[in-house]
Design a binder for this molecule. Sequence first.
Ligand SMILES: O=C(CO)[C@H](O)[C@H](O)COP(=O)(O)O
Length: 297
Amino acid sequence: MWAIDSTISDEGGRRADSHKHEVFMAVNMMAGLASGTFSMRRSTMATCKLEDAAKQTVDYFVKDGMLLGLGTGSASSAAISYVGQKLSTGALRDVVGVPMSSLSASKASQAGLPLRAFENNMKLDFAFNDADLVQEGTLFAIIGRKNVEGRESILKEKTIAKAANQFVFIVDEPVFTQELTGVVPVLIQQEDWLETAEEIDDLFLGDAEVWRRPSAGEAGPMGGDCPLVTKEGHFILDLLFTSTITNPSEIAESLEAINGVVGHGLILDSVYASAVAGRDGVKIRTSLFKRAFTSMQ
Ligand SMILES: O=C(CO)[C@H](O)[C@H](O)COP(=O)(O)O
């Protein structure tokens, strides 16, 4: 049993000095501390690929018999394929995936990874996902900016991330930033959507522009002639912040209080760690805040 980062934060999310709290752990250092089942391959390339981060995340976190949340995007797809590969060679057994999106379901089917649909109150052992941005230190993240078929699943992704005992983002260095900036996607009901959009616009006047996301063609405040409709039947508003997002929790809270808002792409409370692929290899960055999980087998 090895305690990951158990000293980097206090109950209640109290911040301590950044040196102590922001432990930057090369995964190959972790290998030395962990049990013999994990062996780390340091990338010989100048820039470690996202795929390496995906594989190393699987090697480190995924064990026999686990129920796994399967995320959406390139890194998650690489992790799903690798789990399938390990199952086919017998390096892993009895692992079942719970897809966060149609994209991850189809990747899992291709990889031969058995699937189960998410059910209310389901508990998962581990989950991974891609992200559009992850903030260093807090691991606050934004998902759902991409507008591609099979990825419009913010609600499901967040629900499954929350249901997992441990949840890790697998990202490239440029995605792992000091500040959160740019677009926060907001899911809204179609009914009276304009009123909802106007309320959001008023709330963030001067801080953000509100555009309805189109399914194709030109974007614009009204979403053009072809607004995107998600599988669950929602529109997406892209809330484009014109300066750094310094108060994501307040933004999340304000959005959640608006009639017609059904969700948003801010993830502020489920993240255990982020596997970051960069020039010096894959590093596991943990949250400043106390998480409910302090140990790994
Ligand atoms: O929003 C996301 C996950 O919910 C991802 O950031 C997105 O899907 C990443 O896609 P890709 O890796 O293909 O750029």
